[in-house]
Design a protein around this ligand. Structure first.
Ligand code: OSB
Ligand code: MG
Length: 374
């Protein structure tokens, strides 16, 4: 039984890395990835975690600043005060804090990396993962020009991505999908609206059924279950919930109300890999299809997403794409690449498996703080 006797110190970084090209959703357009990162130190070992929060609360209520505040003032003090932390304690350690799942995920995941490194095991074995060939998927942002989009889809097909997700909004949907289906009638395509529609758009959304989409992700508001259940009743296209699912109770509500047929399992907003595993198992028992979502993570968060996907229960390709489509330079090596069949190999080594490139972190860092556990 490996336990962490004491966390000696924690290092918090905010880094800001330019994206290869802007990423636009119905919520906003970004040109840089700004991200909070945590390093936990204990004896000879360190564990890393990445926070999924953005600078703004447009996708989720947490921001980098609220996550930093929660981590410094609530999560780290709990960790610092706990002696002899075992794997089975971690999921419950932070349960007295309501919400703030993105901050919790960063800290919990850093603990999991730390424990698996101390055990000299890869992370996926610590959490009970079974298979190592990970399906790939790409999320393509809203483009001003349809030809740019068609070109990106063609490139993604050539790379053998297992499915392609397109960001859509109310003004950019039916005509867009008509054009795409003309060129690519049989490609596995899904769409993500990030909550841009409302129940008033019910008749409009019924037209989506003719496009043979794998699913429509989060058509309605981020905090809704009831209206999605009315939509799913009227739609052949499966509804997938992303923003609406924040915890096991949300998954239970969505499934019992028949608000969706598919759930986007995003560990960054579910409070870390252990809570995520609980929710995944519930979905699997209830025959709900699931896939692993992404938050444009750097190589640290992406590695957690990959280890997560070794768990039994994921039924569909997720949002793990190649590193190079977002970043010229990442803060870890090796980068994520697809093999000739579009699968991703799990990084090898203990813990998350990827190597942190401290030099690159230092180039892009805009904030640093070290907290000692005295
Ligand atoms: O809605 O799934 C989303 C990125 C940031 C915030 C929300 C979402 C996304 C993506 C990109 O779709 C997924 C990725 O490539 O990491
Ligand atoms: Mg989404």
């Amino acid at each position: 039984m490996t336990q962490i006797n004491k966390i000696d110190s924690a290092e918090l970084y905010i880094i800001r890395i330019p994206l290869v090209s802007p990423f636009e959703t119905s919520l906003k357009k970004i040109t840089h990835k700004e991200v909070l990162i945590l390093k936990l130190n204990s004896g000879d070992y360190s564990g890393w975690g990445e926070c999924a929060a953005d600078t703004d609360p447009f996708y989720y209520y947490e921001t980098i600043k609220t996550a930093l505040y929660t981590t410094e003032n609530f999560l780290l003090p709990i960790l610092f005060d706990t002696k002899k932390i075992k794997l089975e304690d971690i999921q419950y350690l932070f349960s007295i804090i309501r919400g703030h799942n993105m901050a919790k995920a960063m800290v919990e995941n850093a603990m999991l990396d730390l424990i698996s490194k101390k055990k000299e095991k890869p992370l996926y074995r610590l959490i009970g993962g079974t298979h190592k060939n990970i399906m790939s998927g790409i999320s393509i942002g809203i483009k001003d020009n349809i030809n740019d989009l068609l070109k990106l889809i063609a490139e993604s097909i050539q790379k053998k991505y297992h499915r392609i997700k397109l960001k859509i909004n109310k003004r950019n949907d039916i005509e867009l999908l008509n054009n795409i289906r003309k060129e690519f009638p049989n490609t596995s395509i899904m769409v993500d609206a990030n909550g841009d529609y409302s129940l008033n758009d019910l008749e409009h959304l019924k037209q989506f059924d003719k496009f043979n989409l794998m699913m429509i992700e989060q058509p309605f508001e981020y905090n809704d279950f009831y209206k999605h259940s009315l939509l799913q009743k009227e739609l052949k296209t499966p509804v997938c919930l992303d923003e609406s699912i924040n915890c096991l109770n949300d998954a239970i509500t969505a499934i019992k109300l028949k608000s969706c047929k598919i759930i986007n399992i995003k560990q960054g907003r579910l409070g870390g890999l252990l809570n995520t595993k609980t929710i995944l198992e519930y979905c699997s028992k209830n025959n709900i299809d699931t896939w692993s979502g992404g938050m444009l993570e750097t190589g640290i968060g992406r590695a957690f997403n990959l280890h997560l996907q070794t768990l039994f229960g994921f039924t569909l390709p997720g949002d793990t794409s190649e590193t190079s489509r977002y970043f010229h330079e990442d803060i870890v090596s090796e980068p994520v690449v697809l093999n000739k069949d579009g699968f991703i190999k799990l990084p090898e080594g203990n813990g998350i498996g990827v190597k942190i490139i401290q030099k690159t972190i230092d180039i892009y860092k805009v904030f640093y703080k070290k907290l000692k556990n005295n």
